[in-house]
Design a binder for this molecule. Structure first.
Ligand SMILES: *[C@@H]1O[C@H](CO)[C@@H](O)[C@H](O)[C@H]1NC(C)=O
Length: 243
């Protein structure tokens, strides 16, 4: 009987120790929301999500702390239990081209001391435009270039990720050239200018083409660059006799 009593107590303690870390792991909360929300915007109600009564938050000195040396990006409203944005959250600045952007914060409660981890998953919004490095791309093309000749164009860059980055290119202003769009590993896209109809310098010595890059965001954003093509002389006309 005595032996049985000890083993039951041991079992209860073992179970309690086993449950403690498990409980805090289950208590983790995560929120997913767009970058650049205004300070004071409500991310969610953390009291409700943790099954806490909002009225105990003040008594238990609820506050948001950071993990490691991260900034404090959110705050808690002690009256409502709302988690609110406390700091500008710029996804590009924090995570660059990373596909996933997570900020770790903690909710601290006292009496008894309790920590709850909060993961903030920051979603990209389409707040950047595709941009070319230069304003003008200058290309010189020999008059005798054959149909299908290709000329590599500078790639447009967009600081956003996924659909919000460069999706395609279009070309305006001529009937001699078309575009060939390439998708590189990692999904980046660039374009080649392709000669579609042969050139005649005596007819036209230069072309001004407008290259536009568009992203796939909503609203869609675009960037443009002027392509200045100069046709180089092939000396294909026999000199006229002046006599
Ligand atoms: C907390 O929320 C209440 C109700 O929305 C609001 O009146 C109060 O100003 C908020 N407190 C803080 C510190 O933001």
């Amino acid at each position: 009987m005595g032996n049985k009593g000890i083993s039951v107590t041991g079992l209860v303690w073992g179970f309690a120790f086993f449950l403690l870390p498990l409980h805090s792991a289950y208590g983790d909360v995560s929120y997913s929301f767009p970058e650049e929300m205004k300070r004071g915007s409500v991310i969610g109600n953390i009291a409700k999500d943790l099954g806490l009564e909002a009225r105990i938050l003040s008594a238990r000195k609820a506050r948001i702390d950071t993990e490691g040396n991260q900034k404090r990006y959110c705050d808690i409203n002690l009256t409502t239990g709302d988690l609110i944005v406390a700091e500008r959250i710029d996804r590009e600045g924090l995570c660059g081209k990373k596909a996933s952007c997570v900020l770790n914060q903690e909710l601290v409660l006292e009496n008894p001391l309790e920590l709850q981890r909060i993961s903030l998953h920051v979603q990209d919004i389409n707040d950047n435009y595709p941009q070319f490095k230069k304003d003008v791309i200058k290309i010189e093309i020999a008059e005798l270039s054959v149909k299908g000749a290709r000329f590599l164009l500078d790639e447009a860059r967009d600081a956003d990720i996924g659909q919000n980055t460069v999706q395609s290119y279009t070309l305006e202003g001529n009937n001699h050239f078309i575009l060939n769009v390439n998708t590189k590993s990692g999904g980046r896209k660039n374009a080649d200018l392709v000669l579609d109809k042969e050139l005649d310098r005596e007819q036209q010595q230069e072309f001004k083409l407008l290259l536009t890059s568009v992203d796939g965001g909503s609203p869609q954003r675009s960037g443009t660059v002027l392509i200045h093509v100069t046709v180089l002389d092939a000396n294909d006309n026999a000199p006229l006799s002046i006599f």
